[in-house]
Design a protein around this ligand. Structure first.
Ligand code: AMP
Ligand code: GLY
Length: 426
Protein backbone atom coordinates (compact mmCIF):
# COMPACT_ATOMS: atom_id res chain seq x y z
CA UNK A 1 0.00 0.00 0.00
CA UNK A 2 0.98 3.59 -0.51
CA UNK A 3 0.26 5.46 2.69
CA UNK A 4 0.09 9.19 3.34
CA UNK A 5 0.43 10.15 7.01
CA UNK A 6 -0.56 13.72 7.89
CA UNK A 7 1.16 15.70 10.65
CA UNK A 8 4.58 16.74 11.87
CA UNK A 9 5.01 16.04 15.58
CA UNK A 10 6.28 13.31 17.88
CA UNK A 11 2.94 11.51 17.53
CA UNK A 12 3.36 11.32 13.77
CA UNK A 13 6.99 10.18 14.06
CA UNK A 14 5.82 7.39 16.37
CA UNK A 15 3.00 6.42 13.96
CA UNK A 16 5.45 6.50 11.04
CA UNK A 17 7.89 4.32 13.01
CA UNK A 18 5.21 1.68 13.53
CA UNK A 19 3.71 1.95 10.02
CA UNK A 20 7.17 1.59 8.44
CA UNK A 21 7.61 -1.78 10.19
CA UNK A 22 4.66 -3.24 8.28
CA UNK A 23 5.19 -5.52 5.31
CA UNK A 24 2.03 -4.03 3.77
CA UNK A 25 3.74 -0.70 3.07
CA UNK A 26 5.08 -0.01 -0.41
CA UNK A 27 5.66 3.74 0.01
CA UNK A 28 5.17 5.93 3.07
CA UNK A 29 4.76 9.67 2.67
CA UNK A 30 4.52 12.04 5.62
CA UNK A 31 3.10 15.54 5.16
CA UNK A 32 4.70 17.74 6.22
CA UNK A 33 6.67 15.38 8.51
CA UNK A 34 9.87 16.24 10.38
CA UNK A 35 13.56 15.25 10.25
CA UNK A 36 12.73 12.06 12.17
CA UNK A 37 10.03 10.90 9.75
CA UNK A 38 12.37 11.66 6.82
CA UNK A 39 14.36 8.57 7.82
CA UNK A 40 11.25 6.35 7.54
CA UNK A 41 9.61 7.63 4.36
CA UNK A 42 9.33 10.67 2.13
CA UNK A 43 8.40 14.01 3.65
CA UNK A 44 6.08 16.12 1.50
CA UNK A 45 5.65 19.86 2.14
CA UNK A 46 1.83 19.95 2.03
CA UNK A 47 -0.23 22.54 3.89
CA UNK A 48 -2.86 20.46 5.70
CA UNK A 49 -5.46 23.21 5.52
CA UNK A 50 -5.21 23.15 1.72
CA UNK A 51 -7.51 20.19 1.09
CA UNK A 52 -7.20 20.48 -2.72
CA UNK A 53 -3.42 20.13 -2.46
CA UNK A 54 -3.85 17.02 -0.28
CA UNK A 55 -6.33 15.55 -2.79
CA UNK A 56 -3.98 16.28 -5.74
CA UNK A 57 -1.11 14.54 -3.95
CA UNK A 58 -3.30 11.52 -3.16
CA UNK A 59 -4.16 11.19 -6.85
CA UNK A 60 -0.65 11.88 -8.13
CA UNK A 61 1.02 9.25 -5.93
CA UNK A 62 -1.79 6.66 -6.10
CA UNK A 63 -2.20 6.76 -2.32
CA UNK A 64 -4.24 3.84 -0.96
CA UNK A 65 -4.63 5.09 2.61
CA UNK A 66 -4.52 8.48 4.35
CA UNK A 67 -3.88 8.50 8.11
CA UNK A 68 -4.63 11.82 9.80
CA UNK A 69 -2.54 12.55 12.92
CA UNK A 70 -3.90 15.90 14.18
CA UNK A 71 -7.52 16.91 14.87
CA UNK A 72 -7.80 20.20 12.99
CA UNK A 73 -8.10 18.77 9.44
CA UNK A 74 -10.70 16.29 10.74
CA UNK A 75 -12.78 18.95 12.48
CA UNK A 76 -12.51 21.05 9.30
CA UNK A 77 -13.83 18.19 7.15
CA UNK A 78 -10.83 16.72 5.27
CA UNK A 79 -12.39 13.23 5.29
CA UNK A 80 -15.63 14.65 3.84
CA UNK A 81 -13.67 16.58 1.19
CA UNK A 82 -11.84 13.48 -0.05
CA UNK A 83 -15.03 11.38 0.12
CA UNK A 84 -16.87 13.91 -2.04
CA UNK A 85 -14.27 13.87 -4.82
CA UNK A 86 -14.84 10.99 -7.26
CA UNK A 87 -11.11 10.49 -7.77
CA UNK A 88 -10.32 10.16 -4.02
CA UNK A 89 -13.54 8.69 -2.63
CA UNK A 90 -12.21 5.12 -2.69
CA UNK A 91 -9.04 5.93 -0.78
CA UNK A 92 -9.09 4.54 2.78
CA UNK A 93 -9.16 7.42 5.25
CA UNK A 94 -8.29 6.94 8.92
CA UNK A 95 -10.06 9.66 10.86
CA UNK A 96 -13.72 10.61 11.20
CA UNK A 97 -15.71 12.91 8.98
CA UNK A 98 -16.62 16.37 10.27
CA UNK A 99 -19.65 15.16 12.20
CA UNK A 100 -17.76 12.45 14.12
CA UNK A 101 -14.87 14.83 14.75
CA UNK A 102 -17.35 16.94 16.73
CA UNK A 103 -16.66 14.51 19.59
CA UNK A 104 -13.49 16.59 19.97
CA UNK A 105 -14.49 19.78 18.14
CA UNK A 106 -17.49 20.57 20.34
CA UNK A 107 -17.56 19.86 24.07
CA UNK A 108 -21.35 20.39 24.04
CA UNK A 109 -21.77 17.81 21.25
CA UNK A 110 -19.58 15.33 23.18
CA UNK A 111 -21.46 15.86 26.45
CA UNK A 112 -24.87 15.52 24.76
CA UNK A 113 -23.63 12.30 23.07
CA UNK A 114 -22.52 10.89 26.43
CA UNK A 115 -25.79 11.87 28.10
CA UNK A 116 -27.80 10.28 25.28
CA UNK A 117 -25.88 7.01 25.50
CA UNK A 118 -25.53 6.82 29.30
CA UNK A 119 -21.76 7.07 29.24
CA UNK A 120 -20.37 8.04 32.66
CA UNK A 121 -19.08 11.63 32.71
CA UNK A 122 -19.26 14.73 34.92
CA UNK A 123 -22.71 16.36 35.36
CA UNK A 124 -22.95 19.48 33.15
CA UNK A 125 -24.96 22.17 31.47
CA UNK A 126 -24.17 24.29 28.40
CA UNK A 127 -24.88 28.02 28.16
CA UNK A 128 -24.45 30.75 25.54
CA UNK A 129 -23.82 34.47 25.98
CA UNK A 130 -27.52 35.25 26.43
CA UNK A 131 -27.66 32.95 29.45
CA UNK A 132 -24.93 34.40 31.71
CA UNK A 133 -27.34 34.74 34.66
CA UNK A 134 -28.54 31.13 34.34
CA UNK A 135 -24.93 29.98 33.98
CA UNK A 136 -23.94 31.76 37.20
CA UNK A 137 -26.92 30.27 38.99
CA UNK A 138 -25.90 26.79 37.77
CA UNK A 139 -22.35 27.37 39.05
CA UNK A 140 -23.81 27.81 42.53
CA UNK A 141 -25.33 24.34 42.41
CA UNK A 142 -21.78 22.91 42.09
CA UNK A 143 -19.08 22.57 44.73
CA UNK A 144 -15.77 24.33 43.84
CA UNK A 145 -13.37 23.91 42.13
CA UNK A 146 -15.48 24.96 39.15
CA UNK A 147 -14.82 23.68 35.64
CA UNK A 148 -15.55 25.91 32.62
CA UNK A 149 -14.93 24.63 29.10
CA UNK A 150 -15.05 26.59 25.86
CA UNK A 151 -17.24 24.56 23.50
CA UNK A 152 -14.90 24.71 20.49
CA UNK A 153 -11.27 23.78 19.74
CA UNK A 154 -8.76 25.98 21.60
CA UNK A 155 -5.45 24.19 21.11
CA UNK A 156 -5.81 22.60 24.55
CA UNK A 157 -6.27 25.91 26.36
CA UNK A 158 -10.06 26.11 26.60
CA UNK A 159 -10.55 24.46 30.01
CA UNK A 160 -10.46 26.68 33.10
CA UNK A 161 -10.63 25.36 36.66
CA UNK A 162 -11.46 28.07 39.19
CA UNK A 163 -11.37 27.89 42.97
CA UNK A 164 -14.21 30.36 43.76
CA UNK A 165 -17.62 31.39 42.41
CA UNK A 166 -16.43 34.98 41.89
CA UNK A 167 -13.46 33.88 39.80
CA UNK A 168 -15.68 31.51 37.81
CA UNK A 169 -18.20 34.35 37.18
CA UNK A 170 -15.39 36.60 35.90
CA UNK A 171 -13.93 33.84 33.70
CA UNK A 172 -17.39 33.10 32.31
CA UNK A 173 -17.92 36.76 31.39
CA UNK A 174 -14.54 36.82 29.65
CA UNK A 175 -15.32 33.64 27.74
CA UNK A 176 -18.67 34.97 26.52
CA UNK A 177 -16.89 38.23 25.59
CA UNK A 178 -14.63 36.24 23.22
CA UNK A 179 -11.61 35.16 25.30
CA UNK A 180 -11.31 32.14 22.98
CA UNK A 181 -12.98 33.78 19.96
CA UNK A 182 -16.02 31.92 18.66
CA UNK A 183 -14.88 28.74 20.47
CA UNK A 184 -16.23 30.21 23.74
CA UNK A 185 -19.54 31.49 22.31
CA UNK A 186 -20.91 28.46 24.18
CA UNK A 187 -19.48 27.29 27.51
CA UNK A 188 -19.88 23.90 29.18
CA UNK A 189 -19.95 24.10 32.97
CA UNK A 190 -19.35 20.79 34.67
CA UNK A 191 -18.87 19.02 37.92
CA UNK A 192 -15.25 18.69 39.09
CA UNK A 193 -14.08 15.08 39.06
CA UNK A 194 -11.62 13.94 41.70
CA UNK A 195 -9.25 11.18 40.69
CA UNK A 196 -6.32 10.19 38.56
CA UNK A 197 -6.32 10.49 34.78
CA UNK A 198 -5.44 8.04 32.04
CA UNK A 199 -5.79 7.84 28.28
CA UNK A 200 -7.44 4.91 26.53
CA UNK A 201 -7.35 4.53 22.76
CA UNK A 202 -9.55 2.56 20.39
CA UNK A 203 -9.73 2.10 16.66
CA UNK A 204 -13.33 1.98 15.45
CA UNK A 205 -14.49 0.80 12.04
CA UNK A 206 -17.89 2.45 11.58
CA UNK A 207 -19.85 -0.82 11.75
CA UNK A 208 -19.67 -1.42 15.50
CA UNK A 209 -16.26 -3.15 15.36
CA UNK A 210 -13.43 -1.86 17.49
CA UNK A 211 -10.14 -2.77 19.13
CA UNK A 212 -8.61 -1.25 22.25
CA UNK A 213 -4.93 -0.28 22.09
CA UNK A 214 -2.54 -0.24 25.07
CA UNK A 215 -3.54 2.47 27.56
CA UNK A 216 -1.19 5.26 28.67
CA UNK A 217 -0.88 8.15 31.09
CA UNK A 218 0.48 11.53 30.07
CA UNK A 219 2.05 14.32 32.14
CA UNK A 220 0.82 17.75 31.12
CA UNK A 221 2.42 20.22 33.56
CA UNK A 222 5.86 21.72 32.94
CA UNK A 223 7.11 21.24 36.50
CA UNK A 224 7.95 18.16 38.53
CA UNK A 225 5.23 17.02 40.88
CA UNK A 226 2.65 18.19 38.28
CA UNK A 227 3.21 21.87 38.97
CA UNK A 228 3.33 24.98 36.80
CA UNK A 229 1.82 25.70 33.40
CA UNK A 230 0.11 23.21 31.12
CA UNK A 231 2.10 22.00 28.12
CA UNK A 232 1.46 19.83 25.09
CA UNK A 233 2.77 16.92 27.20
CA UNK A 234 6.05 16.27 29.03
CA UNK A 235 6.07 12.49 28.95
CA UNK A 236 3.99 9.35 29.15
CA UNK A 237 3.98 5.81 30.46
CA UNK A 238 2.30 2.58 29.36
CA UNK A 239 0.91 0.43 30.90
CA UNK A 240 -0.85 2.35 33.67
CA UNK A 241 -0.52 0.25 36.86
CA UNK A 242 -3.96 1.10 38.29
CA UNK A 243 -5.65 0.17 35.00
CA UNK A 244 -5.84 -3.51 35.88
CA UNK A 245 -7.98 -6.07 34.04
CA UNK A 246 -11.11 -5.30 36.12
CA UNK A 247 -10.77 -1.53 35.58
CA UNK A 248 -10.18 -1.96 31.83
CA UNK A 249 -13.22 -4.25 31.63
CA UNK A 250 -15.34 -1.44 33.15
CA UNK A 251 -13.82 0.99 30.64
CA UNK A 252 -14.76 -1.31 27.78
CA UNK A 253 -18.27 -2.13 29.08
CA UNK A 254 -19.29 1.30 30.32
CA UNK A 255 -17.42 3.59 27.95
CA UNK A 256 -15.82 2.12 24.82
CA UNK A 257 -18.65 -0.17 23.67
CA UNK A 258 -21.44 2.35 24.43
CA UNK A 259 -19.46 4.99 22.51
CA UNK A 260 -18.98 2.74 19.48
CA UNK A 261 -22.62 1.62 19.55
CA UNK A 262 -23.73 5.22 20.07
CA UNK A 263 -21.92 6.33 16.92
CA UNK A 264 -23.67 3.58 14.94
CA UNK A 265 -27.07 4.32 16.52
CA UNK A 266 -26.72 8.04 15.76
CA UNK A 267 -25.66 7.32 12.16
CA UNK A 268 -22.36 9.07 12.66
CA UNK A 269 -19.85 7.55 10.25
CA UNK A 270 -16.60 7.06 12.13
CA UNK A 271 -13.53 5.16 10.99
CA UNK A 272 -10.50 6.09 13.01
CA UNK A 273 -8.97 6.55 16.41
CA UNK A 274 -11.04 7.50 19.45
CA UNK A 275 -9.04 8.86 22.39
CA UNK A 276 -10.90 8.56 25.69
CA UNK A 277 -9.52 10.99 28.26
CA UNK A 278 -10.67 9.28 31.47
CA UNK A 279 -10.69 9.94 35.19
CA UNK A 280 -10.43 7.00 37.55
CA UNK A 281 -12.90 8.17 40.21
CA UNK A 282 -12.37 5.74 43.11
CA UNK A 283 -12.25 2.76 40.76
CA UNK A 284 -15.02 3.93 38.40
CA UNK A 285 -13.99 5.37 35.03
CA UNK A 286 -15.60 8.60 33.78
CA UNK A 287 -14.99 10.42 30.51
CA UNK A 288 -13.35 13.84 30.80
CA UNK A 289 -13.09 14.31 27.06
CA UNK A 290 -13.04 12.59 23.70
CA UNK A 291 -10.45 13.29 21.04
CA UNK A 292 -10.74 12.09 17.45
CA UNK A 293 -7.04 11.20 17.11
CA UNK A 294 -4.19 9.63 19.04
CA UNK A 295 -2.65 11.47 22.00
CA UNK A 296 0.72 13.15 22.08
CA UNK A 297 2.97 12.08 23.86
CA UNK A 298 0.94 8.93 24.59
CA UNK A 299 1.49 7.62 21.04
CA UNK A 300 5.21 7.64 21.76
CA UNK A 301 4.69 4.86 24.33
CA UNK A 302 1.56 3.18 22.90
CA UNK A 303 3.32 2.42 19.58
CA UNK A 304 6.22 0.79 21.44
CA UNK A 305 3.79 -1.56 23.19
CA UNK A 306 1.60 -2.36 20.17
CA UNK A 307 2.90 -5.66 18.80
CA UNK A 308 0.13 -6.16 16.23
CA UNK A 309 0.86 -4.81 12.76
CA UNK A 310 -0.58 -1.28 12.71
CA UNK A 311 -1.28 -1.21 8.98
CA UNK A 312 -3.36 -4.42 9.27
CA UNK A 313 -5.38 -2.74 12.03
CA UNK A 314 -5.82 0.43 9.96
CA UNK A 315 -6.87 -1.58 6.90
CA UNK A 316 -9.47 -3.44 9.00
CA UNK A 317 -10.64 -0.05 10.29
CA UNK A 318 -11.22 1.15 6.74
CA UNK A 319 -12.79 -2.16 5.64
CA UNK A 320 -15.14 -2.46 8.63
CA UNK A 321 -13.61 -5.74 9.79
CA UNK A 322 -12.04 -4.79 13.12
CA UNK A 323 -14.15 -7.25 15.12
CA UNK A 324 -12.06 -10.05 13.59
CA UNK A 325 -8.81 -8.46 14.77
CA UNK A 326 -6.85 -9.01 17.98
CA UNK A 327 -4.47 -6.54 19.55
CA UNK A 328 -1.35 -8.04 21.09
CA UNK A 329 0.56 -5.83 23.52
CA UNK A 330 4.22 -6.07 24.37
CA UNK A 331 4.49 -7.30 27.97
CA UNK A 332 7.31 -4.84 28.55
CA UNK A 333 6.66 -1.35 29.90
CA UNK A 334 7.38 1.82 27.91
CA UNK A 335 8.18 5.31 29.16
CA UNK A 336 8.62 8.56 27.25
CA UNK A 337 10.45 11.65 28.45
CA UNK A 338 10.04 14.87 26.44
CA UNK A 339 12.96 17.23 25.99
CA UNK A 340 11.70 20.80 25.65
CA UNK A 341 13.18 24.22 24.91
CA UNK A 342 14.07 26.43 27.89
CA UNK A 343 11.18 28.83 28.59
CA UNK A 344 8.51 26.54 27.09
CA UNK A 345 5.46 26.68 27.34
CA UNK A 346 6.04 30.42 27.39
CA UNK A 347 8.40 32.07 24.90
CA UNK A 348 11.54 30.20 23.93
CA UNK A 349 14.37 30.44 21.40
CA UNK A 350 14.82 28.12 18.40
CA UNK A 351 17.63 27.01 16.11
CA UNK A 352 19.97 25.59 18.78
CA UNK A 353 22.10 22.66 17.52
CA UNK A 354 21.14 19.25 18.96
CA UNK A 355 23.75 16.59 19.70
CA UNK A 356 23.69 13.05 21.06
CA UNK A 357 20.68 11.64 19.19
CA UNK A 358 22.49 8.63 17.70
CA UNK A 359 24.02 7.79 21.07
CA UNK A 360 20.56 7.93 22.70
CA UNK A 361 19.21 5.65 19.95
CA UNK A 362 21.50 2.88 21.17
CA UNK A 363 19.27 2.38 24.21
CA UNK A 364 16.02 4.18 23.32
CA UNK A 365 13.66 5.06 20.49
CA UNK A 366 14.04 8.76 19.73
CA UNK A 367 11.05 10.59 18.22
CA UNK A 368 11.39 14.09 16.79
CA UNK A 369 8.72 16.57 17.88
CA UNK A 370 10.06 20.03 17.07
CA UNK A 371 13.32 19.76 15.12
CA UNK A 372 14.61 21.01 11.79
CA UNK A 373 17.73 20.56 9.71
CA UNK A 374 19.65 23.77 9.00
CA UNK A 375 22.98 23.76 7.18
CA UNK A 376 23.14 19.97 7.63
CA UNK A 377 22.76 20.31 11.40
CA UNK A 378 19.83 19.13 13.49
CA UNK A 379 18.43 22.14 15.38
CA UNK A 380 15.56 22.90 17.74
CA UNK A 381 12.43 24.19 16.00
CA UNK A 382 9.67 24.07 18.62
CA UNK A 383 8.77 24.03 22.29
CA UNK A 384 8.67 20.27 22.54
CA UNK A 385 11.81 19.11 20.73
CA UNK A 386 12.48 15.39 21.17
CA UNK A 387 10.62 12.51 22.81
CA UNK A 388 12.83 9.74 24.19
CA UNK A 389 10.96 6.44 24.60
CA UNK A 390 12.33 3.25 26.08
CA UNK A 391 11.32 -0.27 26.96
CA UNK A 392 11.91 -1.82 30.37
CA UNK A 393 10.87 -4.95 32.20
CA UNK A 394 9.19 -2.55 34.65
CA UNK A 395 8.04 1.05 34.28
CA UNK A 396 10.82 2.18 36.61
CA UNK A 397 13.40 0.49 34.42
CA UNK A 398 11.92 2.02 31.24
CA UNK A 399 11.98 5.44 32.93
CA UNK A 400 15.59 5.04 34.03
CA UNK A 401 16.61 4.20 30.47
CA UNK A 402 14.71 7.17 29.01
CA UNK A 403 16.21 9.52 31.60
CA UNK A 404 19.69 8.22 30.83
CA UNK A 405 19.18 8.62 27.09
CA UNK A 406 17.65 12.08 27.61
CA UNK A 407 20.81 13.13 29.42
CA UNK A 408 22.92 12.19 26.41
CA UNK A 409 20.93 14.52 24.11
CA UNK A 410 22.00 18.12 24.49
CA UNK A 411 20.93 21.51 23.20
CA UNK A 412 21.14 24.92 24.82
CA UNK A 413 18.64 25.37 27.69
CA UNK A 414 17.16 21.87 27.24
CA UNK A 415 14.76 20.82 30.01
CA UNK A 416 12.92 17.64 30.88
CA UNK A 417 10.99 16.36 33.86
CA UNK A 418 12.72 13.66 35.87
CA UNK A 419 9.59 12.43 37.66
CA UNK A 420 7.51 11.06 34.77
CA UNK A 421 5.52 8.06 36.01
CA UNK A 422 6.71 8.38 39.59
CA UNK A 423 3.14 8.90 40.87
CA UNK A 424 2.02 5.56 39.47
CA UNK A 425 5.15 3.52 40.23
CA UNK A 426 5.74 4.54 43.85
P1 AMP B 1 -9.86 18.61 28.55
O1 AMP B 1 -9.35 19.57 27.51
O2 AMP B 1 -11.34 18.44 28.56
O3 AMP B 1 -9.10 17.32 28.56
O4 AMP B 1 -9.45 19.23 29.96
C1 AMP B 1 -8.11 19.56 30.23
C2 AMP B 1 -7.74 19.06 31.61
O5 AMP B 1 -8.56 19.68 32.60
C3 AMP B 1 -7.98 17.58 31.79
O6 AMP B 1 -6.89 16.82 31.33
C4 AMP B 1 -8.16 17.47 33.28
O7 AMP B 1 -6.90 17.46 33.93
C5 AMP B 1 -8.86 18.75 33.63
N1 AMP B 1 -10.32 18.56 33.68
C6 AMP B 1 -11.19 18.68 32.67
N2 AMP B 1 -12.44 18.43 33.07
C7 AMP B 1 -12.36 18.15 34.39
C8 AMP B 1 -13.32 17.79 35.39
N3 AMP B 1 -14.62 17.73 35.12
N4 AMP B 1 -12.88 17.55 36.63
C9 AMP B 1 -11.56 17.65 36.93
N5 AMP B 1 -10.62 17.97 36.05
C10 AMP B 1 -11.00 18.22 34.78
N1 GLY C 1 -1.84 14.11 25.57
C1 GLY C 1 -3.08 14.73 25.42
C2 GLY C 1 -3.47 15.05 24.05
O1 GLY C 1 -2.89 14.60 23.08
O2 GLY C 1 -4.47 15.76 23.88
Amino acid sequence: MNILLLGSGGREHALAWKIAQSQHVRQLFIAPGNPGTAALGTNVPLNLSDFSAVASFVKQEAIDMVVCGPEQPLVDGLADFLANDTSTCNVAFIGPKREGAQLEGSKDFAKAFMRRHNIPTAAYQTFDGTQAAEAKAYLRTLTPPLVLKADGLCAGKGVLILPTYDEADAALDEMFAGKFGTASAKVVIEEYLQGIELSVFALVDGTGGYVILPEAKDYKRIGEGDTGLNTGGMGSVSPVPFADAAFMQSVEDQIVRPTVNGLVADNIPYKGFVFFGLMNCAGSPKVIEYNCRMGDPETETVMLRLQTDLVSLLKATADGTLSAMQVVSDPRAAACVMLVSGGYPESYAKCYPITGVSQAQEESVVFHAGTAVKDNTLVTAGGRVIAVSSYGSTLSEALQTSLHAADTITFKDAYHRRDIGRDVTC
